[in-house]
Every structure is written in C-alpha cells, then in structure tokens.
Design a protein around this ligand. Sequence first.
Ligand code: ZN
Length: 698
Amino acid sequence: MMDTSGVPVDDLTRAQAKWELTRLAAEIKHHDELYYQRSQPTVSDADYDALKQRNAAIEARFPELMLPESPSKRVGAVPAAGFAKVRHAVPMLSLDNAFGEEDVRDFFESVRRFMKELKDDPTIPIEALAEPKIDGLSATLRYEGGEFIQGATRGDGTEGEDITANLRTLKDIPHRLHGEGWPVVLEVRGEVYMSRGDFFALNERQEAAGEKPFANPRNAASGSLRQLDSSITASRPLGFFAYSWGEVSEPIDGSQWAVLQRFKDWGFSTNPLARLCGSVEDVLALYGEVAARRATLDYDIDGVVYKLDRLDWQERMGSSSRAPRWAIAHKFPAEQAETVLEKIDIQVGRTGALTPVAHLKPVTVGGVVVSRATLHNEDEIERKGVRAGDTVIIQRAGDVIPQVVAVVTDKRPADSRPFEFPHECPICGSMAIREPGEAARRCTGGLICRAQAVERLKHFVSRDAFDIEGFGKKHIEAFWEDGLIKTPGDIFRLRDRRDEIAAREGWGEQSADNLLAAIEDRRTIGLDRFIYALGIRQVGSSTGRLLARGYLSLEAWREAMMKAADADSEEHADLIAIDGIGPAMAADLTGFFAEDHNRDIMDDLAAELTVADFEAPSTEGSPVAGKTVVFTGTLEVMTRSEAKARAETLGAKVSGSVSAKTDYVVAGPGAGSKAKKAAELGITTLSEQEWLELIGQG
Ligand SMILES: [Zn+2]
C-alpha cells in the first residue's frame, strides 16, 4: 500500500495526489462522524484542521482531481435521528480558519484583489467587524410577523434538526421581536452556549445523580439543547448570542455592525466584545486583547471572527460551497496542561482495530476537567515513549478528546517499564496482527469477537446506514448478549420474537411494536446505504454513494466486486477509475468479498431485504446550472475571480479551456484563441453584459 501522508504537497505526483485526496477524504469523514454524531472526537482541532488544509492544498495544485465528495465541499454533519428535519432556506455555512497573523493578512489581501475598485485604489479602507468566536452550538431562529415560529440546529449546513421547543426555553431568545422595523420573515442566527459556572454546577448535579458528566461546556450545551424532552432543556441554563441572519423577506441594508445594533433593539443579546475595526492592524490588536481576556470570560471561546462590514461587499464576495469568502475565523492556539498518565487501556472497534486510550489523573485544561486522552495507535506510543506512570503534557483544543503531546522524562518513576502493546485482543483473546503498512493492529476474531460484532451491528443501524430509530447502542449490546441478534440479518428476524422482546426488562408491548415497526420501515433500503452499512474498511457513506452511482444495482455491484479481485481484470480497472476510489480502497473492497462469512452475511440479508437500485438525484435550479462556462479576455464589471465565484454559486462549471463540452464562452475585449475556437465549434459566445443578463444580474 502506498503511504503518501508524509510527502510535501509540492512533491506529490498526480497519482499520489489522487490517492492522497481519497485517503484524506476518508479520514476527515471519519473524524466528522466521531465529532458530530457521537460527540467523541479523537483528534485535536489543530490536527483536524491540518488534514483539511493539506486536502485543500492538494486540491489547489490538482483542481481536476477534486473528489465529488471532497471534504472542502462539506460543512459539519448530517442531523441525528429523533428530531424533525428542517431544510435551511439559506445554507448555514462554516467559516474558513486563520491560524496566524499571516493568514489574516492574506485574507484582507484576497478581499482587495477580488474587488476591482479596491485593487485599483489601495487607499480604500477595508472595514471589518470582529467578535469572539463562541465555542457553542450554532442555531437559526425563524420569525414570521415578529413571532418566533421555528428554531433549528445547523446540522450539515443544508438540513438541521427542529429544536423549536427547546430553544423557546432560552431566556436570550425573544418569543416576540421587540421594537420595530424587522422584516416580516427574519431568520436570526447565532450561538447557543453554556457559561463555565453553569457547566461546573451541572456536572456536579450529573455526578450526584450517577450520570456521566459532560466533557466541556460545548458538549453540555449541545446535550442540553438536543433533548427530546424540552423540560430538561428548560432546566439547563443556556445563553444565546446573535451574530448573523439567514432568510429575510426584504433585504437587510446597512452594515454588519448596524445589523448587530438592530438585533439588540429587537431583543437579542450580542457579544459585548464585538467591535468595528478599520484595518487589518485593528483586528489583530483586538485579537490580542480578546486573547488576553479569554481566561477571565465566563464562556469558552476559540478564536475571533472577522467579517467584512459592508453588506454589499459580502454579497459580491459570495461563498464557496462550504464557507463565505467575506469572513474568517482567527483561531487561538491549543491549551496545554501537565498530569500523570495512570494507565493505558485498549479499546476494540468495528474493524477490529486496537486503539490505546490514556487514563489520566484528572486535570483542568482551559477550564475543563480532563481524565482521558487518545494515543491513536502503537507507533504513537512508541514515538512518544509514553509509559504508565509517566508525567505527560496534554493538549486540548476545542471540543475534542485531548491528546498526549509529550512525556516529561525527568519525572519518570524509577520502576517504569515500556508499554507492551498487546498481540491478543483484550476482548476475545484472538490474535491481534498488524498488516505491513498499516497503522493499526487488528483483532483477527471477526464476528466471534464481541467488540467487533457489537460495533458492526451498531454501525449497521446507525444514521447513515439503516437508521433504525430507537435501536440505540445499549439495546444492541443487550440483545447481542442475550443472543437475540448475532448478525445483521437477525435484526430483520426479530419480528418472530416480538413477545420475547416485550417481556424484557424495561420493554413492553408498545416499545417492542415501535422497534419492530422501525425495523420494517427499513426492509427496503437504498443501495448506497446498504453498501455503507456493510462496514467495509475505508468505505464511508460518501464512498457508498460513489459505488451505488457507479454500479446501480446490488447484483451488478456484487458481481463486479467478485471479478475485481483479479487485479488485471477489466472490473478492477473500472473500479479504480471511479473518481474517489484508489487502489487501497479497491483492495479493501475485494478483500471483503473474498471472505466467506461476509458473503454469507450478504446472502442472509438479501433474503430478508429489498435493496433498491440507485437513482440519481434530479438537478434543478438556475439558468446555468450544470452548464460549462469559459471566461476569456478582460472583464470590465467584475474581476475574473468574482465572475467565476458567481457562476459557481449558480451551479455552473467554470473551465479554463474551450472544448465541445463547453456551453458558453464569455468573451471580453482582447479575447483571442479561445473565442476563435468557440466560433469554430459553434459554441454560444456572450459579452460580459449578455452573461450578466443571462444570470439575471445585468
Ligand atoms: Zn477480539
């Protein structure tokens, strides 16, 4: 297997870049799932951001290799089951990050380069609103005729969860807008947070009641807001700072700063540290001030956000599919602390990977008590030389499981011994082996391993897979222990054991029927979800969709995967020709089909289920959606980057060269060979003005 993770971006060959993008997409997706769906991240924000930066840098060098499911096109995670879904009329994007002064200066420079008049006249100041970045949970609040009618989480940015009833319990959220002058339809967006004082008090109550304490205020806010019973939310003190808006029935004019003032008039809290800055020097000075006050604030912040103050400039800069171009989040560096590592524990995951976890003497890092840290894998322990009993430096950045950064070797106890990574699975006792080129040592027990079997079943019913409502992790474990379900197919035979389920402790007729109904609901499943549910290594839900799109039916996919085991076959060539699937993933796919017990599981499932053929989603939208456009010559109204951004926002593909696939060539003065080629090929050529009229902006 190719390991390209250490190769500098500039040295990657095209083939390595393709492989590396696939690997990064899978890894980032994995961390996203841990972070958003299980609130259990295993890497620091800084490491996570480094992955995303590397991905973006490779995409910038090889734009044609960008995957359809590229992490740079995604924001956050899809909503959890249990709440109704809300489609955001205006997407809730995340922000691009800046990690140092240079990045902030680059941001201001990019704004200047983007807009022609700023580029031509460097004396025009770029004003920006700067405000602390609250480490909480984004929410959107919809008001119609001044009444609060719906509130939702961000979710994946396109679709969130309806948490109206819970948001109503927050004192900072007016049920009716105050004052006057608000648009008839107004979506106010902001951050829900829990103060540190309230967080500590809540954790004391949790522990007194024998419940698990929350890791940090952000998790506490998120857990409190996503209660199905809103009376629990009401009992938890949550605050809300308003900072932006979504859909509005009439355009909001003025400036970002002016809108914040209006939010206050309408009854919202805005952050008191927000300030209007006149230049990049001003925002950096404010950053320094906020960083110095950070420890004394009663809520967690993880940086300072800068937004262009002029709304017309925001509009012109527009957004990529992931983040607006007119704002940036300047992040704080991670916080560290010293403590004692008491022992190293091994956890076993769905694919059998043995993951070491450090148990720490509890210590406060950045206002949060930490008692566990991730050690990733065997090599990581070796590389850092971590031993039980060591004094270690741990680091916490944002909402993640903290990491062990280094060992304080002069505090090492005299009797300490190097950690011996087990070569047997601590759960089932099977051999745990490490394949060449693999970071993880894996249990070879397969389905006889309780940890793997249970984790696989949990994966099978999880949200992006079969999404069986009400079939949580505790039920899966208990059903597995009692022999009700051993394999995925058993789930669909539970209907024969209804009375047995109803008679279980904590169950009853009603809850048994509800579960069985939820299972019946999934007896027909889309091919993409089915593929993802199988839990094949490296095959996440985006790869599930790629494969479903490529093979359309279960029969076709299965047959092709069996034949693709032969690396010289046409089927193998077809498989790796799919954008987003590299040789390593192909090996995992064919490896999965080579195992008898995996084929048995599929046969068993096929007998219980209907796997629906994949249907491509329909495209609809703007007059230029799906069209390929080439800009050439000098543009007079917009810079090239603004024109490109606008076209992409409208769903067009912007290409650098004219071919038979080109739909429009937009030619300004001085257009040369491209315009000529367009004429030869009979492609519609437009002036800049005609183009603007076509997209309704003339
Ligand atoms: Zn095992």
